[in-house]
Design a protein around this ligand. Sequence first.
Ligand SMILES: [Zn+2]
Length: 151
Amino acid sequence: MPSSWEDFISSDAADEAKAKALEMVKAACGCAGTEFERDDVPNSIACVQRSVYRYTACGAYCEFDFEEGTVILGSIVEGVDWGTDNHELVWPFTRDDWNRALDEVEDEAKSIWHDTHGCPECARLLGIEYVPGQTVICLECGECDGQGEIV
Ligand SMILES: [Zn+2]
């Protein structure tokens, strides 16, 4: 379990590691388009997390691992009790790396959603054959209210 910024910065980690972690947070702010506040790093981190959650369709999460010098991006898919893989960004990463990882999380979340949802009525409405676990959801479905069935 990655430690919080406060714990990390008061730990006996090398100054170099701390400086590196600070750079990583700053870069993450740049990638997420949020402001980096040097005097309030925990808030800067919270802003990045909120931004990632808000600006991804799947509501991705973003965890910082200061010891490892990594950022973990992923998503819990609502209604299903598993999520996407964790996509690990190792510092130094670029904005392209960041966006690519988020795109992958989005794609994966979308495919989990589609793979696991969709009921026989969805299939009928869409005019496709119902294949459990593969039928996409029909948002107009009255049977499952467009929520699908978890298989
Ligand atoms: Zn349905």
